[in-house]
Design a protein around this ligand. Structure first.
Ligand code: PRP
Ligand code: URA
Length: 205
């Protein structure tokens, strides 16, 4: 499995403001959009294209367009904070949803919702801002694979070494695109230094 950590200076800038505990939900949502846009571009660098002949106002030329449909699967609820940029740059994208919630004491994710479009022959991008223990991401990719997803990648804003290792073991062929790779998990399985509870900060809960 390959881990790609965002290296764009704007990524570091946005992430610093996201991590700042004084950042309020309205700005937090904007910053989430911005970093997810950078990650969306990174995660789709290798999308296949095919030739399409067009005519510019001056002459005919062979252009290139995306060859295969794309599906994005946000893990509810925090993953919704990363969805909009995928809609904006890939207007024909289909969206599937996987609802998972970590138990507050065990940190084990429980599934409460799943709705996926047909995945056969499509590139699938699973998005969730936080890769902590890796339980949610590994479970979501299991669900996507069971539904027929074959070419899958995972995109997150902050990853922990523990979460990366869990994904590496469960889904070694799934590339991970992360905004940052942080130091460790604390005893409550939160990422350090991290940014706290993403869903709570996004939705002001
Ligand atoms: C958060 C986050 C991930 C999960 C990561 O969601 O958005 O889905 O925790 O933790 P893990 O790697 O240890 O599984 P949470 O369960 O808090 O639900 P929410 O998105 O509804 O806030
Ligand atoms: N979920 C979050 O929102 N933040 C963490 O640090 C870990 C899991």
């Amino acid at each position: 499995m390959s881990l790609h950590v965002l290296s764009h200076p704007l990524g570091a800038h946005v992430l610093t403001h996201l991590r700042d505990k004084t950042t309020k939900p309205a700005l937090f949502r904007t910053l989430s959009y911005q970093i997810a846009l950078l990650l969306a571009l990174e995660a789709t660098r290798d999308l296949a294209t095919e030739e399409k002949s067009i005519e510019t106002p001056l002459e005919a030329m062979p252009g290139r367009v995306l060859a295969r449909p794309l599906v994005v699967v946000p893990i509810l609820r925090a993953g919704l904070g990363m969805l909009q940029p995928f809609h904006d740059i890939f207007p024909d994208v289909s969206v599937g949803y996987v609802g998972l919630e970590r138990d507050h004491t065990t940190a084990i994710a429980r599934s409460y919702y799943c709705k996926l479009p047909p995945l056969d022959g499509k590139r699938v991008i699973v998005v969730d801002p936080m890769l902590a223990t890796g339980g949610s991401a590994a479970q979501a990719v299991d669900v996507v694979k069971s539904a027929g997803g074959k070419e899958v990648c995972f995109v997150c804003i902050v990853a922990s070494p523990e979460g990366v290792a869990v994904m590496q073991k469960a889904h070694p062929e799934v590339p991970i695109h992360a905004g940052a790779l942080d130091r460790e998990l604390n005893s409550r399985k939160y990422i350090l230094p991290g940014l706290g509870d993403f869903g709570d900060r996004l939705y002001g809960t």
